[in-house]
Design a protein around this ligand. Structure first.
Ligand SMILES: NC(=O)c1ccc[n+]([C@@H]2O[C@H](COP(=O)([O-])OP(=O)(O)OC[C@H]3O[C@@H](n4cnc5c(N)ncnc54)[C@H](OP(=O)(O)O)[C@@H]3O)[C@@H](O)[C@H]2O)c1
Length: 263
């Protein structure tokens, strides 16, 4: 299938590792021009170096903490200056700390808002004018299976991802005639550094081994294994593609069947 992404400028948040890195690789394989974004440092430098080997001249990196006010706006602007205004924006980044609901204070929610919701609002505000002008654009947020099925200990993720999705779902309706689509990919347990860190924190909380946490996650996933980052990226790249133009306002579970509800 021709995805129509060759030459398209793409912004991928949180792309020095994990799901964002896999998305960047997937877009480059389709011939897109990709801006990587993370807070910087060695991980971003080595991600850039690795991808440049496969796609010289089609990838660059912006070091930016998107949880700071104006951070995501600046990152979008830098991407724009390099490859032209990104017409595909993948809103992705770090996850908030694991906390049970009873322990989560207003300040924790405020911090989670800065990490998860505000950057998405900044990116949409920055990107929408060029997308409207092109009569084509894609905004895809990587959220979580916890959007539909809250997990114990992940109240910040569940609450703020629901806010992100409420925002994008509203845009999907309001902007439907502009050629811009707004969708979300909701990963289940997927083997990345973040998952390793989460396993360590949950193992400490529950007094079990990290291996046991991973076993529990596999048991909760009907296919019996963790997801691979490239399996999440495949869904993101397809939603960004030209043939996906009629898919708008969808939160797509890519979770090996972990979400157990009907809808
Ligand atoms: N893996 C899973 O099983 C899973 C499941 C459901 C949902 N998710 C969600 O999907 C997202 C990506 O997960 P992942 O597993 O790929 O995590 P990851 O491997 O930790 O990657 C997170 C990325 O975000 C960047 N980042 C973190 N904070 C940032 C900030 N303030 N500003 C800019 N960049 C920032 C990190 O780079 P730097 O450290 O270089 O800044 C890194 O590139 C997270 O929100 C996670 O909660 C993951």
């Amino acid at each position: 299938m021709e995805l129509g992404l060759s030459g398209v400028p793409v912004f991928v948040g949180g792309s020095s590792s994990g799901l964002g890195f896999a998305c960047a690789r997937g877009f480059l394989a389709e011939g897109a021009y990709v801006t990587l974004v993370s807070r910087g440092g060695e991980r971003l430098a080595s991600a850039l170096a690795e991808l440049q080997r496969h796609a010289p001249g089609r990838v660059h990196a912006v070091a930016c903490d998107v949880s700071k006010p104006g951070g995501a706006t600046r990152a979008y602007q830098e991407a724009s200056d390099r490859f032209g205004p990104p017409l595909v924006v993948v809103a992705n980044g770090g996850g908030p700390p694991a906390l049970p609901a009873a322990n989560a204070a207003p300040a924790d929610f405020a911090h989670a808002h800065e990490l998860l919701l505000r950057p998405v609002v900044e990116l949409v505000q920055a990107a929408l004018p060029a997308m409207r002008a092109a009569r084509w654009g894609r905004v895809i947020a990587i959220t979580s299976v916890s959007l539909r099925q809250p997990e114990r200990g992940l109240v910040l993720s569940s609450s703020l991802r629901a806010a992100v999705w409420g925002y994008l779902k509203t845009l999907a309706r309001e902007e439907a005639s502009s050629g811009v689509t707004f969708n979300s990919v909701c990963p289940g347990y997927t083997a990345t550094e973040r998952l390793q860190a989460l396993a360590t924190s949950l193992a400490e909380r529950d007094g079990v081994s990290v291996d046991e946490v991973f076993q529990q996650w596999r048991a909760k996933t009907p296919v019996g294994r963790l997801g691979k980052p490239e399996e999440i990226a495949a869904a993101v790249v397809f939603l960004a593609s030209k043939p996906a133009a009629f898919i708008n306002g969808v939160a797509l579970a890519v979770d090996g069947g972990a979400f157990l509800g009907l809808l």
